[in-house]
Design a protein around this ligand. Structure first.
Ligand SMILES: [Mg+2]
Length: 496
């Protein structure tokens, strides 16, 4: 049962119903109010509509009735449902919808944690006052708050959400996944035996397909079976960490901490679970397009938020439920999909292929992810160019491999600078702020102006070189971010 600490907290998990599909339907109806509502016919978002290849990323409820599933190849979905209407994805519009959705949630609570483009947790503890009229009429606070949230999203934005309510995030998340669409469900700890334990173990949040398969073969078929199992048995099947985690979750134990500072993300990443095991044999066929697709999404989000990443990382999850990550510092921070994609692919080759790779150890993969960390905003641009300049000098004198070290040091330094700027003084002793901070704050009074002029001249030089090497986009985005963004993204101003 849920830990005592979370008792009394009211946590919502709000999840957009068939998000991409609903949002495409909303857009279509906006453009042509007489168009058929995609939600009412077998339809799906994903893949290349023309060539009919790729993967389904969202499907309508009528499509689900044909057995079409998210993550399955378009070809196989069409076999199940030949009349399936395929729609191309439209991430620019999806982001707008996502923003508008989160904005509404923030009207109901200042404790909102967005966990993906279409879902968020809200801490609704102690917010009864706003609903006193309904409560006086004999309604229960959480349910009437949820009803109001659903109504406002439906009426203002034209799509529907499910709201799951409990004392912690895990149970709220499980609850929002019950019957859809446009529904509220509670899953309080006392409801767990009746509502959650009869479900197949694979439906437990965080229990992947391979874990579920392993447990099922061992006779642990439902969430209740796992809850009742001896934790040591689960550990012996799944390993200590995963076994412990499944046991806790099956018993409804989870965190109730809603992390608010989502806007200041520490990293941007995208992960995809594949419908087919990735092995050494199909790596070249499957992985490059997946990474390119995910890098596109990561880059789009970074560009939207006006940040660049100094480090690219990849994450994989093996059939044995183990996560592995690799990361690499970049000479120049980026928000370009091609750089993220190329670096990610190199990292994956290092991690997976060759004699020392995971494939050589007999592993297969079910999940792949790529992302960027060591984020920085436009204002650091100039300092970066100087660091890059000194590094370039070094590269011409030394061998290229040497660049990894200063890059890592530089990132450390920038990281500390950021902490100082954010007021986290304890984390960053002044002497460790590194070269990028020094360029901003050191130098004698008289020499300072000369030095600044000299730097400006070098900066101009560097910019020309960067421009030649990385193209125009990288500079424009960094230099005049806000002005640029408005010009480049005409959809950003749409009313929703
Ligand atoms: Mg959803």
């Amino acid at each position: 049962m849920a830990g005592d600490k979370s008792r009394g907290r009211i946590i919502f998990h709000v999840d957009v119903n068939s998000a991409f599909l609903s949002w495409s339907a909303v857009k279509r109806l906006k453009e042509d109010p007489r168009a058929v509502d995609l939600r009412t016919i077998p339809s799906a978002v994903g893949g290349d509509v023309k060539t009919r290849h790729g993967i389904i990323t969202a499907k309508s409820i009528p499509a689900k009735k044909y057995g079409v599933t998210t993550g399955e190849p378009v070809v196989s979905a069409l076999r199940k449902c030949p009349d399936l209407v395929l729609i191309p994805s439209d991430f620019a519009f999806y982001r707008e919808c996502s923003h508008a959705f989160i904005d509404i949630l923030k009207k109901f609570s200042d404790q909102v944690e967005q966990v993906s483009i279409d879902e968020a947790y809200m801490d609704m503890t102690g917010r009864e006052a706003a609903f006193s009229a309904e409560i006086a009429a004999g309604e229960r606070f959480p349910e009437c708050a949820a009803a109001r949230i659903r109504q406002e999203i439906r009426e203002k934005l034209g799509f529907t959400v499910n709201v799951g309510i409990s004392h912690n995030k895990l149970l709220a998340k499980m609850a929002s996944d019950f019957a859809k669409p446009d529904r509220t469900h509670t899953l309080y700890p006392e409801e767990v035996p009746a509502k959650m334990w009869p479900l197949p173990i694979g439906e437990l949040y965080g229990c992947g397909r391979q874990t579920a398969d392993k447990l099922t073969t061992m006779g642990i078929r439902t969430i209740g079976d796992a809850a009742a199992a001896d934790p040591d048995i689960l550990k012996s099947i799944l390993g200590d960490k995963a076994g412990e985690s499944i046991h806790r979750k099956a018993n409804g134990i989870g965190s109730s901490t809603v992390r608010v500072e989502r806007e200041k993300a520490k990293s941007y990443s995208h992960e995809t679970t594949t419908s087919e095991d990735i092995t050494g044999e199909n790596f070249d066929h499957l992985v490059p397009p997946m990474i390119a697709h995910m890098a596109d999404k990561v880059a789009a989000r970074m560009q939207r938020d006006g940040v660049r990443a100094g480090t690219v990382f990849v994450v994989v999850k093996t059939g044995a439920f183990k996560r592995h990550t690799r990361q690499r510092g970049l000479a120049v921070p980026t928000c370009e999909a091609s750089v993220i994609s190329e670096t990610g692919l190199q990292l994956l080759r290092d991690l997976l292929l060759g004699d020392g790779g995971l494939f050589a150890r007999g592993e297969t993969l079910r999940l792949l992810g790529v992302g960027g960390s060591n984020l920085e905003e436009g204002e650091y641009r100039q300092l970066d160019l100087f660091s890059w300049a000194s590094q370039q000098k070094m590269e011409t004198g030394e061998r290229k491999e040497g660049s990894d070290v200063p890059a890592a040091k530089r990132e450390e330094a920038k990281h500390d600078v950021r902490k100082v700027r954010q007021g986290d003084t304890a984390a960053a002793p002044a002497k460790e702020t590194g070269d990028s901070a020094k360029t901003a704050s050191q130098g004698g009074k008289a020499a300072e102006q000369d030095e600044a002029n000299e730097k400006r001249r070098r900066l101009e030089e560097m910019m020309t070189r960067v421009q030649k090497r990385y193209g125009n986009a990288v500079l424009q985005k960094g230099m005049s971010r806000s002005g640029d963004k408005e010009k480049k993204d005409p959809s950003a101003g749409h009313e929703r």
